[in-house]
Design a protein around this ligand. Structure first.
Ligand code: FAD
Length: 494
């Protein structure tokens, strides 16, 4: 008989993805032994940290990249926005349950209107059509639209003051959210640390993952220089930018030929509370066609560290690191394999627009960034803004796409579903609950066959088996989602 693994599950990384999966697993299967190992000295300090992402609770309301025009007839395809709306509804339910059961406080989330702002006759017409296409689904029924400059100025004064005359339009919904994903991850891990059978550790860098019987052996470097070998029945690689090298070391077939390309992020931040008080919302602009993964620029109210601030961006920066603090300059070259160099080159050649965009972004000076800000906020003054480093996104490139870049989060598993790895970062943290749900359903299917386990999952995410992309099912779920939102101090989302 082979020896039993040391742990039922090891989760690598302490960002929002591992924290959420660990909390969901603990909720559905209280008997599992769980270990979360983090390389850094603190929890959730990379992309999930509050300042390292925009904190948007992506629900499909304001991001134009989720509602492209169909090339055939110019009509607007809202299916991606609706799917993201459903995925975010899962997040609200899980977080609402965590707060209602007093596992965590609700201080990580705030209600904030989400708006889209455009200029020029074509974009005004697009935004009007987009709203018409969206309001048929209950998620977006409250979406408002105006092309009246005076009305938009009441909604977002900073965006309109000092603006040259010309066509403008905005669409918006009050029930948007701002989320401090780092705080949420630390709350979930804090709760987990108090539960029996769970260990949360920092200063533990997973160096390699190798098949061992039906489970996995992990080699873990400790902060004091010692090295440990341990085994687990199930492994989750939730290491953010650090996932690609680990999934390469695990050698699972599903990851063969995957390449990763890091794109750093930066924000302009203003700490002036009086400006923040005059911009109580998130306003997204059009997406540059060459940079859909970065999304359009946006001007956001943020309430991190208990103080209101304004954040504008993202700007892209060059880096070869896969992680801001825990990464090394050699991350990109070390990730290259003969099979992945081809993927990278094909992608570069097939996406020259994106390459040019990244080169241009990397060469930007502060004056260029301020010029971009003034397209959004015409009266912005240089002295009110400082540059802040955001997280790093490792854009995953697949050999099968033949140079086409696809954006999104992707869960890769081995054939036995004993290892799951999360690649990609869009829509990112907003859909962490849905990602965790997918992994539990795929990798713990045997557990879910047990009625008691299933009941616990139904309690945590009541609509997990419903198809809320269908308007009738969304309508039928309104009350349950609204109750969970209320536990978070939020208005009913639709
Ligand atoms: C500029 C920018 C803006 C964004 N805006 C939004 C937004 O508005 N809304 C949204 O929903 N999402 C947004 N995202 C995406 C979101 O931040 C990420 O999807 C999410 O934080 C990823 O969480 P994670 O847990 O996978 O990774 P991370 O938060 O990066 O955590 C990974 C952890 O793993 C650890 N680790 C790495 N390697 C190892 C190892 N070998 N051993 C042990 N530990 C390891 C790291 O130290 C780190 O703590 C944004 C991202 C960026 C970069």
């Amino acid at each position: 008989m082979p020896p039993l693994p040391d742990h039922d599950a090891i989760l690598v990384g302490s960002g929002i993805m591992s924290a959420t999966l660990a909390a969901l697993l603990r909720g559905v299967a209280p008997d599992l032994t769980l270990r979360v190992v983090e390389a850094g000295p603190g929890l959730a300090r990379e992309s999930s940290d509050g300042w390292h992402n925009a904190g948007t609770g992506h629900a499909g309301i304001c991001e134009l990249s989720y509602t492209p025009a169909r090339s055939a007839d110019g009509t607007i395809d809202v299916s991606r926005a609706v799917r993201i709306g459903q995925r975010f509804a899962h997040s609200l339910q899980f977080w609402g349950h965590a707060v209602a059961s007093a596992a965590i406080p609700a201080d990580f989330i705030h209600a904030v209107p989400h708006a889209t702002f455009v200029t020029g006759a074509d974009d005004v017409a697009f935004l009007r059509d987009r709203r018409e296409a969206l309001v048929g689904h209950p998620f977006f029924a409250p979406l408002q639209f105006s092309a009246d400059p005076a009305r938009i100025e009441r909604l977002a004064p900073l965006v309109m003051e000092g603006r040259a005359a010309g066509p403008v339009a905005a669409s918006w919904m009050d029930a948007g959210t701002e989320v401090d994903y780092g705080r949420l991850a630390r709350h979930l891990l804090g709760w987990l640390a108090r539960q029996p059978g769970t260990v949360i550790e920092t200063g533990r860098r997973v160096r390699s993952v190798r098949r061992c019987g039906s489970g996995w052996e992990l080699t873990i470097g400790h902060g004091d220089g010692t090295v440990e070998r341990t085994t687990a029945r199930f492994v989750f690689l939730g290491a953010g930018g650090g996932t690609l090298p680990l999934v390469q070391s695990a050698g699972i077939a599903a990851a063969r030929g995957y390449a990763g390309f890091p794109i750093g992020g930066q924000w302009l931040v203003s700490d002036r509370a009086d400006l923040a008080a005059r911009h109580p919302l998130k306003v997204y602009g059009g997406t540059p066609p060459s940079a859909p993964s970065l999304g359009g620029p946006h001007l956001d109210l943020r309430r991190l560290d208990g103080r209101p601030a304004l954040l504008f961006g993202p700007f892209a920066s060059w880096t070869t690191r896969f992680l801001r603090f825990e990464g090394r300059l050699t991350d990109l070259p070390r990730s290259l394999r003969p099979s992945t160099i081809g993927t990278l080159v094909r992608t570069g050649v097939g996406n020259l627009g994106l390459v040019r965009y990244l080169v241009g972004q990397g060469l930007q000076r502060m004056a260029d960034r301020l010029a971009a800000l003034r397209e959004f906020y015409p009266l912005a003054r240089a002295e009110d803004w400082r540059l802040v480093e955001a997280g790093i996104r490792v854009q995953t490139l697949k050999p099968v796409d033949r140079g086409r870049i696809t954006y999104g989060t992707e869960v890769l598993t081995d054939p036995g579903n004993s290892l799951a790895a999360l690649l990609g970062a869009s829509p990112g943290a907003s859909v962490s609950v849905d990602v965790a749900l997918e992994i539990v359903k795929r990798c713990f299917a045997d557990r879910l066959a047990d009625p008691a386990t299933r009941r616990r999952l139904d309690d945590l995410i009541p609509t997990h088996a419903a198809d809320l992309t269908r308007p009738a099912e969304a309508r039928a779920s309104t009350a349950v989602v609204a109750a969970r939102a209320a536990a978070l101090g939020l208005p009913a989302p639709w």
